[in-house]
Design a protein around this ligand. Structure first.
Ligand code: ZN
Length: 129
């Protein structure tokens, strides 16, 4: 298992972590198989989406914040229910095929750490098999 940390800078944020995952795959020595990216948090997530036009992740966060408003009469005393909901909607893991030691991503795909209760220091776990 390879791990790295990210430091998010705002309450909600999608941070491109493709290069860090690439490095973890290279360190793992995995040649052909599956790379699992796992986020060990209940108020964050990880997803794969377009990394060419930054307006895509901006729009995704804008709409997620509409679907799950920050305040909505939630009962969770910590006050971050919206972040818990978004974490489950997006999911805390994703899989990418590894071919010839490299991540087999589509041309426009990038791996995004999704912060829903930042800013914070976070961890990402990468496992290749
Ligand atoms: Zn909470």
């Amino acid at each position: 298992m390879h791990t790295f940390s990210v430091r998010t800078g705002s309450r909600t944020q999608m941070m491109d972590i493709t290069s860090q995952v690439r490095e973890a795959v290279a360190e793992s020595g995995c040649d052909d198989g599956l790379c699992m990216v796992f986020v060990p948090h209940t108020t964050a997530g990880v997803t794969i989406n377009e990394n060419a036009d930054p307006s895509v992740t901006r729009d995704m966060l804008m709409e997620l914040n509409k679907i799950v408003p920050f305040e909505d009469g939630y009962t969770h005393l910590e006050g971050n229910s919206a972040a818990h909901l978004k974490s489950s909607l997006v999911g805390c893991s994703c899989m990418v095929p590894v071919e010839g030691g490299r991540l087999a991503l589509g041309t426009w795909q990038g791996i995004y750490f999704c912060e829903f209760d930042g800013p914070r220091s976070r961890k990402v776990w990468v496992s290749c098999r």
